[in-house]
Design a binder for this molecule. Sequence first.
Ligand code: FAD
Length: 303
Amino acid sequence: MKPPAFDYEAPTSLAEALALKARHGEDARFLAGGQSLVPAMNFRLVRPAVLIDLNGVADLDHLSCSSSGALGIGALVRHARVESDREVARHQPLLVEAIREVAHPQVRNRGTLCGNLAHADPASELPAVMVALKAQLHAVSIRGERSIPAADFFQGTYTTALEPDELLARVQLEPLPTGTGTAFLELARRPGDYAMMGVAVLLQLDASGACTDARVVCCGAGDRPVASAATAAVLRAATPGSDPVALEALCEAAGAALAASIDPPGTVHVTADYQRHLAQVLAARAIAMAFGRAAAHSPRRSI
Ligand SMILES: Cc1cc2nc3c(=O)[nH]c(=O)nc-3n(C[C@H](O)[C@H](O)[C@H](O)COP(=O)(O)OP(=O)(O)OC[C@H]3O[C@@H](n4cnc5c(N)ncnc54)[C@H](O)[C@@H]3O)c2cc1C
């Protein structure tokens, strides 16, 4: 299959790329890894008049991780680089755990984190992870720069808060506090497929072992990442302690709260009821994993 005809621009600086986008607006698309855009063009689902290839803009190919764990990921950083970076794995294990579930190595070698987020596929793992981690997404245009919280960035299927002249230049993640545990679990029909349901969990324990923060975010459960306040409420203030029976009961109650609080759409591959069942089971397991990891990193080390 071949895409419709388009003009091709290959800027070598960020200023040039932004000027081109400002000139062409919605008629132009940025080309990053091309792993979503090119298939969509080949299927004639999108027909941009102009492609602005970012791959020659060296400024965008930067990944920085401070000693405290603050992470900046530029627009040209490929999934594979994030996945293999030891410092990222140490400071942001949730991102690495989820990115390993994205597609196949070949796709991860070309596809970018920022391209994935700008594409805003509600079945994708990474928007849910960004919401769970409270990422800040930095948009730039010739008008200036602004920072958008992940929870506000995703506005619907393939729809984001980016204006027609804006580029998603960088994702910024803050260090996770001591006592934080995270986990990502999903079920896909085949390895590398988009998930039928996925659950990202972040829990934080204080020195007494009480849960002070809980975030549970699903992918595939709606037209954007779905964060469940009801599930977080079950977990916050709980003190799972060292009793495995009590911990299991807590995780199951949280999974049930998640299933009751979401309204998944169903797809040609999976019914809404089965998606809800998956959310319940995956959440209970992911929450148990996250509690174990949080305890291993907490001052108390109680579980
Ligand atoms: C076989 C296959 C399986 C896949 N499976 C999964 C999966 O399981 N989970 C998953 O999450 N993804 C999956 N993907 C998609 C993959 O993760 C893509 O790499 C990603 O979604 C898009 O990244 P990209 O760099 O290739 O972006 P591109 O395809 O280049 O661009 C995608 C869209 O984002 C825009 N864009 C790109 N970069 C920017 C930017 N910096 N600022 C503003 N707009 C921008 C483009 O204009 C375009 O509209 C799969 C892809 C394939 C081909």
